[in-house]
Design a binder for this molecule. Structure first.
Ligand code: NAD
Ligand code: IPM
Ligand code: MN
Length: 359
């Protein structure tokens, strides 16, 4: 198949991990006879430096016309002055809003070879397989902001329609998994959470085959650590989802491991690792590209409907996590490019085996 993919490497380690993910997509194209064209555009701090704005019109237009968008990360100390008039993160938020990608899928699995890196006891990490569905285009991120010398506000607003579409997505996804949805809110305090909870309850009636539970976000933060294997699909609002998924990454062993897919109604999705620009390790060729490479696998699955290719990448990543090499964040010495090469080698070996099997 033909597909046009826009890449937004961004700042810090973004370009390093995106390059690894693009190399893997190129290998997929060669191996499976697809024609993928890649177009690089600027977003974030580097776009502010070059064009004065974090999401230049040309970058947005390219993303809107693409079959899928692969993003690295934005932000960094250079652009983090609290009084800065324009910020890299605004570019990312504007892009998510413009693409209408309201459902952010963040899968968490704990690889057995890495269980020792987790702060939790190994037995708690068996069978951890959670799919977080984070609402991505509403809530406090997008409400009105005000600021005077001594007061600031961030409005947190949700409409029923905004809640309904992401919650339906979560229930639909649960039907292909273990049929269990946990909805996380703060309905004991927040009005938006009460609207969220009553909407979830109404929608759940359409999914009698899916078990629903509600959990308050503070206790959820604790339960995620004490009983992570209990959860299947976890759906929550924007800010809670941001925080809980970085917490979840600690179970996996590193923030560098987790991918994400941001989806709207069309097939054009936005794919990015959940980590940031990691300024402390940027430019050293040591960032873990696994989250970015697994995001590329999600791109193949969700935007291009190339399930076999996605599985082949995931198998290659699994092989490298099992046998090494590993980057520093997960206890190894390997560089970003060495992991890229190891995943490419495992991918080719896997494809050879599959070909031999089917021929
Ligand atoms: P961060 O995710 O960049 O880094 C947190 C810690 O995790 C650091 O110690 C970092 O070295 C480590 N880490 C992150 N990714 C890694 C990888 N691939 N391999 C190995 N280690 C990795 O979070 P932060 O430091 O809070 O934020 C830095 C900047 O990134 C901020 O400007 C923030 O706004 C931005 N950010 C952007 C995105 C995004 O573009 N999607 C996401 C999160 C944060
Ligand atoms: C993420 C990031 C972003 C968010 C920031 C950079 C705007 O933390 O993708 O998780 O909060 O959504
Ligand atoms: Mn985050």
């Amino acid at each position: 198949m033909k597909a046009h993919i826009v890449t937004l490497p961004g700042d810090g380690v973004g370009p390093e991990v995106t390059a690894a993910a693009v190399a893997v997509l190129q290998a997929v194209a060669a191996r499976y006879s697809h024609e993928f064209s890649f177009e690089e555009q600027a977003i974030g701090g580097c776009a502010i430096d070059a064009f004065g704005e974090p999401l230049p019109a040309a970058a947005l237009a390219a993303c809107q016309q693409a079959d899928a968008v692969l993003l690295g990360a934005v932000g960094g100390p250079k652009w983090s002055d609290p009084n800065a008039p324009v910020r890299p993160e605004q570019g990312l938020l504007a892009l998510r809003a413009a693409l209408g990608v309201y459902a952010n899928l963040r899968p968490l699995q704990v690889h057995p070879a890495l269980a020792a890196l987790s702060p939790l006891k190994n037995e708690k990490l068996k069978n951890v397989d959670v799919l977080f569905v984070r609402e991505l285009t509403g809530g406090a991120y997008f409400g009105a902001k005000t600021r005077t010398a001594d007061t600031a506000t961030d409005e947190c607003k949700y409409t029923v329609a905004e809640v309904e579409r992401v919650v339906r997505r979560a229930f639909d996804l649960a039907r292909d998994r273990r049929r269990h949805v946990t909805s996380v809110d703060k309905a004991n305090v927040l009005e938006t959470s009460r609207l969220w909870r009553s909407t979830v309850q109404r929608i759940a009636a359409d999914y009698p085959d899916v078990k629903l539970e509600h959990q308050l976000v503070d206790s959820m933060a604790m339960l995620l650590l004490t009983q992570p294997s209990r959860y299947d699909v976890v759906v929550t609002e924007n800010l809670f989802g941001d925080i809980l998924t970085d917490e979840a990454a600690a179970l996996a062993g590193s923030l560098g491991l987790l991918p994400s897919a941001s989806l709207g109604e069309g097939s054009n999705g936005l794919y990015e690792p959940i980590h940031g620009s990691a300024p402390d390790i940027a430019g050293q060729n040591v960032a873990n590209p696994t989250g970015a490479i697994l995001s590329a696998a999600m791109l193949l699955r969700h935007s291009l409907q190339l399930e076999a290719e996605a599985v082949a990448i995931e198998a290659a990543v699994d092989h490298v996590l099992t046998h090494g090499p590993h980057t520093r964040d997960i206890g190894g010495q390997a560089s970003t490019t060495q992991i890229r090469d190891a995943v490419l080698a495992a991918f080719e070996a896997h494809a050879d085996t599959a070909e031999a099997f089917f021929s």
